[in-house]
Design a protein around this ligand. Structure first.
Ligand SMILES: Cc1cc2nc3c(=O)[nH]c(=O)nc-3n(C[C@H](O)[C@H](O)[C@H](O)COP(=O)(O)OP(=O)(O)OC[C@H]3O[C@@H](n4cnc5c(N)ncnc54)[C@H](O)[C@@H]3O)c2cc1C
Length: 380
């Protein structure tokens, strides 16, 4: 199937795969156990030019397309869900919107360091009281002379404790509904009133920081408004169309990683005098893991290609995200089963894939919300 990929895409994928096998795979469990954000890996990814894959070269990116970016996300997911999650939040949530909606000056100031991998970015939509119903937010931005003043709390923000910029959604006109939301660029290192109030302990993905952040009278100059005032919700919908493709790609990678571990183990482990892969029950499980992974990959690549053609992609990206995240969880669960008692130990990777995969059915819109989105697209 990979023969359909252009040469340049295959080369990028091979480069990242080699890097993942040499540098990430050996530390993947250790960083989870230590709950340690591996800054050195992101520095190396920056050296490989991978921190701005779908960002234009004018602003320090690689100038690749969404398909190329999806291949990189998949490779990272194949070895580490945490690194993959921080990577996709940085790229499609924190960097891409600046390229799509920012002024030239904003791109020079805020996009270039992200694309060149000087630091990571974050994107703050969710709040303690608003998740799936994200537009019902309490964070406000009020004009005071030449400045905007932000107040509110954002919940579950990936990378916030490591970020050099965070795109924050806030209400600028409480009477305007969806048209009353705007996006602001916050500098978590320099802006007074910004605080990371919690870094959550999670059932997986513990090398990727998930933070609660507080904004208390954070004063921003006018040039921190991203795009037009009131455009924040439309921007969010476009960002999530792309973001869901990257969660689908990451999920495909988790499924692939779990499948590979189970396949190898099933050929080595012997019971009743033969490899367990010779038992129909185990063979069928491994075949189904392969089937689900391939299906997730096809849907993900179709969504990426549709995005790259500039065509409407809401249905394709939601379908890919819904299917690939479910596939990742199911394949990882089966991988634990194939490894039996060893699968339940932290000495073996499948349990990590299983715990990481669960988030993919929650972040960037839960599976229930993907059903709502797809239903709407089908006119139901
Ligand atoms: C590790 C992690 C990283 C994250 N990273 C980010 C980030 O970087 N930036 C960011 O802004 N957010 C981030 N999130 C937040 C994530 O997007 C939300 O958790 C998610 O959208 C769900 O919102 P919620 O947790 O408030 O759940 P709720 O919206 O409270 O949902 C609870 C349950 O109700 C269901 N439900 C809700 N509404 C409906 C409905 N209309 N129909 C049917 N079922 C419904 C949901 O599907 C779910 O099962 C992250 C979350 C986690 C855990």
């Amino acid at each position: 199937m990979d023969t359909e990929l252009p040469d340049e895409h295959r080369m990028v994928r091979e480069t990242v795969r080699d890097f993942c096998d040499a540098e990430i795979e050996p530390i993947a469990q250790e960083i989870e156990d230590e709950h340690r954000f591996p800054a050195e890996i992101f520095e190396q990814l920056a050296e490989l030019d991978m921190m701005g894959v779908p960002i234009d070269e004018t602003y320090g990116g690689l100038g690749g397309d969404t398909l190329m970016y999806a291949l990189v996300a998949e490779e990272l997911g194949r070895v580490s869900g945490s690194i993959g999650l921080s990577y996709v939040a940085h790229t499609s949530l924190a960097s891409k919107p600046i390229e799509q909606f920012g002024t030239d000056a904003q791109k020079e100031r805020w996009l270039r360091p992200l694309a060149e991998g000087e630091y990571l970015g974050g994107w703050a939509l969710t709040e303690p009281e608003s998740g799936s119903d994200a537009s019902d937010m309490d964070t406000v931005a009020e004009k005071d002379g030449e400045e905007w003043v932000l107040n509110g709390t954002k919940q579950f923000i990936t990378n916030a404790s490591e970020a050099g910029s965070i795109l924050v959604k806030a209400v600028t006109d409480p009477d305007a509904g969806y048209d009353g939301i705007s996006t602001f660029i916050v500098d978590p290192r320099e802006d007074d009133g910004f605080e990371v109030s919690t870094i959550w302990e999670k059932m997986g993905l513990n090398a990727s920081p998930t933070c609660e952040i507080r904004l208390e009278d954070v004063r921003l100059p006018e040039d921190r408004l991203l795009g037009e005032e009131g455009e924040g919700w439309n921007q969010t919908k476009k960002t999530l169309d792309g973001g869901r493709i990257s969660i689908a790609a990451l999920s495909t990678g988790l499924a692939q990683g779990a499948y590979e571990h189970a396949k190898t183990y099933s050929k080595e482990r012997e019971q009743f005098g033969q490899p367990i892969s010779k038992f129909d029950a185990i063979r069928d499980k491994v075949v189904d893991m392969h089937r689900k992974t391939e299906r997730a990959r096809l849907l993900t690549r179709r969504a990426a290609r549709t995005y790259d053609k500039g065509e409407p992609v809401t249905r394709e990206s939601a379908l890919a995200k819904l299917d690939a995240s479910e596939a990742a969880r199911e394949v990882a669960e089966d991988a634990v089963q194939v490894l039996g008692g060893y699968g339940y130990t932290t000495d073996f990777a499948p349990q990590r894939f299983y715990r990481d995969a669960k988030l993919m059915e929650i972040g960037e819109g839960t599976s229930e919300i993907q059903h709502l989105v797809i239903g709407r697209e089908l006119g139901l």
